[in-house]
Design a protein around this ligand. Sequence first.
Ligand SMILES: [Zn+2]
Length: 179
Amino acid sequence: MDKLSPQQRHKNMAAIRSKDTKPEMVVRRFLWSHGFRYRLNHPRLPGKPDIVLRKYRACIFVNGCFWHGHNTHEGESGLESSDCCKIPKSNTDFWVKKIKRNIQRDDDVKRKLSDMGWYSITIWECQLKPKMREQTLNSLSYTLNYIYFGHQNAPDYTIEEEESMLVAEDLSDGYGMGE
Ligand SMILES: [Zn+2]
């Protein structure tokens, strides 16, 4: 009946876990229940952002503190540990290289997105722990609204310009994503 070997099943489970990790689900549930609509892992944007809110021109990355080197900084050993990213004592060089590469890639992705006119919002796993969660999510929703109204209230638009811009936005689904 069950054609998967335990190893295969384990692999499948691991793949699913890495895609729908719990911290990301916390963010998605919050966004959805507060009326923010999004899509996942947008294939045409740099870095395939976890969550993309086109209306806000914002990408949200939910980062694991270890893999993405939260609060680490460069030091004598290459990378100094932080409270939420402890570099393992064995195989240190390997981990330092790996985590540094991830940090570099995150920076590159954000720069590319910003060049394309997208906002990047990074949420760290530690910010979604029960004690911090409410504050983090409230500030996320504040940030998104701030971005949105920032566009709406840009000072030099006349009303006519605003209207024609809205029409233009409705028509162009590509929204500057290289179409
Ligand atoms: Zn952290």
